[in-house]
Each structure stands twice: as C-alpha cells, then as structure tokens.
Design a protein around this ligand. Structure first.
Ligand code: AMP
Ligand code: ZN
Length: 468
C-alpha cells in the first residue's frame, strides 16, 4: 500500500515496523460538545484506513484517546479549558459533560459505521504516566519550570517543525483574540506539559504532582496513551490536518525527547470539511451534527458516502445540495443492488478480478472515490449475481455503506407481486386515465382502491399495489 506521509510530503510504500502488527493511533475528540460532521469526516476516513489495512491482510491495533482535560480554548495553551467551558454552558460537572459527550460521540460513530478502536482511553486515566514523562523530560533538560508551570523547551531540538519547511515565524502558534501571551515561555512555541498556574483558577479537575497541584497540558496525553498501549514506536498516527501543528508537532517533540529515538513512521492527516461560508467549528455555537442530518431526513450513511467520494487529502465543501446529490447516488445504488438475485455459486475468477480493482484503489493512497467506482464496476460486470453480491459484501467491509443490508430493506419495502385480475384491471385503468391526463378519473380509481384497502405505489418500474 502507498500512503502519503505528511512528514516526507510524499507517497511512501507502507512497511510496518513489526511483521505481525500495525500499530495505529488516532487523536480522539475533545468531549465538551457534540462532534460536528467535520470532526466526523476525519473519523470516517481514519476508520476506512484501519479497515483497508485489515482488508489488505494486516493485523491492526488501534488506540484512541478521549480528551477530557487540558485542551484549552487556544491551541497555544492559553484560555480556559474547553471542558470547563462546556460544563459552565450546561451547568453540569466536567465529568458529567465528558460522559455525556463521549457517549454521544460513539453513538454518532455507530450511525456512521465507524468501528470503535481496539483501545479507547480518557486522558484523565493516565495522570501517573504524564508525571513520569514530564519528570524524565525535566531530568533530560528538555523541560523547565516557570511561573508554576512545566514547559517543553523547543529550542533544545535540532528540528522542531517536522511537518513543514515554511519560515518559523509564519508557524508560531497564534495568540487569539481575548487570550494573552504567556510570559513564562522561553521560546514562543514552548508548550505546557503540566499546569499549576493559570489565569483561570476554576479548573475543575486537578491532581497532585511533584510541581504542585495541577493538570496536564493537552499534548502529553497522546504521547503517553499511545506508549501505554502501543509501546515505544508506532506505525501510523492519524488526525485532522489542523492537528499537525501545534498538536502533533508537540507530540513528536516530547515523545522523541523522552524516548531518545524515532517514534512514529507515518503521519496520516485528513483535510478539512468546510461549509460554503468557511471553517466549521464547535466553539462557534451552531454547527452541523449527525442529528441535524437525520432531522433533515438523511441517513448518516449518505454522509459517509459523501465523504468517500472525495480523497482524504482534499478539502471538502459541505452543502445541503452536495449531500442531496450523495443521497440520490446512494438511493440509486441501493435500488440497483436490490435487483441482484440471492443464492447461487460465486465465480471465483470473476470475483478475484473485481477484488483486484478494489485493492488497487485502496493501495493508491486510500483512493476511496476509486473504491466507490469499483462498486459500479461490480454492477456492470459480466458475471452472475452471486459473484456480484459476494464482491459487494467483501468491499463493504471497508466502505461501511451497508450495501446489502440497505438493499434488503429496500426490497422488503417494495410491494409484493400479488395477482388479482380485478385489482390489476383497475390499476391499468388508472394508468390509462393518467396517460390521457384524466386526473379526476385517475383519482376516483385511486379512492376506490383505497376504500378496498389497496395502496397504489408509483415506481420507476411502473405502478404497483399492495394491501394495507
Ligand atoms: P477535537 O474534538 O476538536 O479535538 O477534534 C477532533 C478531530 O477532528 C481532530 O482530529 C481534528 O483535527 C478534526 N477536525 C476538526 N475540524 C475538522 C474539520 N472541519 N474537518 C475535518 N476534521 C476536523
Ligand atoms: Zn493527539
């Protein structure tokens, strides 16, 4: 498989560090609010990556954190903890907010057929691990105490900006509106490993530490949680592209300073979903959620298909019109699959040829739009229905579109082909009346049928009827 690596800016042949396992890590959600569909784009594409690796024969162990402490309003370690903000907004405790939105996140994931990673660990579970890593970083002189907080000293590294070759001043973490710069930092991009002092003294959760009672910075959780479950190295680290800097840059800085060797080989970044008006953000208040899609009558899997139709390294613009197009595509696809007959023998050679095309799409930097095209290739292929159904089931283990299940539901919802010459004659008379634009007669027949307990369904294949 070839995968684009954000560190080298190239597509590289994927070679795992260990023959028996692919170690994969995903930055999880900050659970102070619902996930927006932009966040979920990242989780859909990461889910496809995991499933593609399994499909291609790898054994995968995937770990994800849940950020329930330390992610401040600004990624530059200033401002209020997002969790505290969420708790105030809803007049609940931080732990209640964390539980509620963690559950809501996994409920959304389930609707989108996103598999839960093998290990999910909340940040508040691993305080001892953070204290150990920060202690070691201080001992190794990569970290310093200032104004009550522990900071990572980015000037101690040979190369801090691993993802970009831009000018350093362009990349300095912006100090946003309403947030003051931290005067304790020796270098502008130094980041907090452990807080004991903050302008916001109402931090809800605090723990004892060698540096005083406080709480961890945002970045340390991903380094420690991944090492706890994956050991001292990993193959693929995933996240949305906004996480590359500063979050992932800081993860690499502290992890490699701590370990004294390279930590992660491949960095997989999903580009953003934007609205026509620009960036999608949870902190802005009103935002697009899976529930909103459902309220508007969209199956969440239509959104999954919408995401799969674009490459993960391209920005994607969401609009209701674009989603409607995906719905039309999905409905047509399912109606077509519903025409495939069940039963019969799979033609192995034809199956292998179809599978080959699908694998080629995945192998080419997870080309999901080509993988969706491979589904159409199946429907057009010159082989029997059993082979087509087998290929679709096989592909769907990666695509997660419920292709056969939705087709079955579609078929079950169709009227049964019952034979009743009298009713058939009335239906035919109504069709004839409609053709002559005799709407009154057509409606009269419909009403007559209704009175007899017959419902008429107009379909692209003609008018059908069923007893209700
Ligand atoms: P958060 O809950 O803010 O920690 O973000 C969860 C994940 O969503 C991270 O991997 C982010 O990089 C990613 N993300 C945030 N905004 C977007 C977006 N508009 N499109 C795609 N991914 C996003
Ligand atoms: Zn992370």
């Amino acid at each position: 498989m070839y995968l684009y690596n954000s560190v080298s800016h190239k597509k590289e042949l994927f070679v795992p560090n260990h023959p028996d396992i692919v170690k994969m890590y995903t930055c999880g959600p900050t659970v102070y609010h619902y996930a927006h569909i932009g966040n979920l784009r990242s989780y859909i594409m990461e889910d496809v990556l995991e499933k593609a690796l399994r499909y291609l024969g790898y054994n995968v162990k995937r770990v994800m954190n849940i950020t329930d402490v330390g992610h401040l309003a600004s990624d530059a370690d200033t401002g209020e903890d997002k969790m505290v903000k969420g708790a105030k907004r809803e007049n609940k405790s931080v732990m209640d907010i964390a539980k509620f939105y963690t559950d809501a996140f996994f409920a959304d994931c389930a609707k989108l057929n996103i598999k839960t990673p093998d290990v999910v660990e909340p940040a508040t579970n691993c305080i001892d691990e953070y204290i150990h890593m920060v202690t070691t970083l201080i001992e190794k002189d990569f970290a310093y105490l200032a104004g009550g907080n522990v900071y990572f000293d980015t000037s101690k590294l040979e190369k801090y900006y691993v993802f970009n070759d831009h000018k350093e001043e362009d990349l300095e973490v912006g100090v946003r509106e309403g947030v003051e710069e931290d005067a304790n930092k020796r270098n502008k991009n130094d980041f907090v490993l452990w807080f004991t002092k903050s302008k916001f003294e109402d931090q809800a959760l605090k723990w004892d530490s060698p540096w005083g009672v406080g709480y961890p910075g945002w970045h340390i959780e991903c380094s420690c949680i991944s090492m706890k479950h994956l050991g001292e190295d990993m193959d693929i680290h995933c996240g949305g592209i906004d996480n590359a800097f500063p979050h992932h840059t800081n993860e690499i800085a502290q992890s490699e300073a701590f370990l004294g060797h390279k930590w992660c080989n491949y960095w997989f970044h999903v580009h953003h979903l934007n609205t026509e008006g620009g960036k999608m953000s949870k902190s802005k208040g009103e935002f697009l959620t899976v529930s909103l899609l459902e309220q508007k009558g969209y199956d969440p899997l239509v959104y999954r298909l919408f995401c799969l139709q674009s490459h993960y390294r391209r920005n994607l613009v969401f609009s209701w019109e674009n989603l409607e197009n995906a719905k039309v595509t999905y409905d047509k696809l399912i109606a077509k699959i519903a025409t495939l007959e069940e039963g019969g023998e799979v033609e192995q050679e034809a199956f292998a040829a179809l599978k080959q095309r699908f694998e080629t799409a995945l192998n080419g930097d997870l080309n999901t739009s080509l993988a969706v095209t491979a589904v159409y290739d199946v429907l057009k292929a010159k082989c029997n229905d059993a082979t087509k159904r087998a290929a679709l089931a096989d592909f769907d283990s990666v695509l997660g579109l419920d292709l056969l299940e939705a087709a079955k539901r579609f078929r079950d919802a169709q009227p049964k082909d019952e034979v009743d010459p009298e009713i058939d004659a009335l239906v035919a008379a109504r069709t004839a009346a409609k053709k002559e634009k005799n709407w009154a007669e057509a409606d009269r027949i419909r009403d007559e049928l209704k009175a007899r307990g017959i419902e008429i369904i107009d379909t692209p294949q003609g008018t059908k009827w069923k007893r209700v």
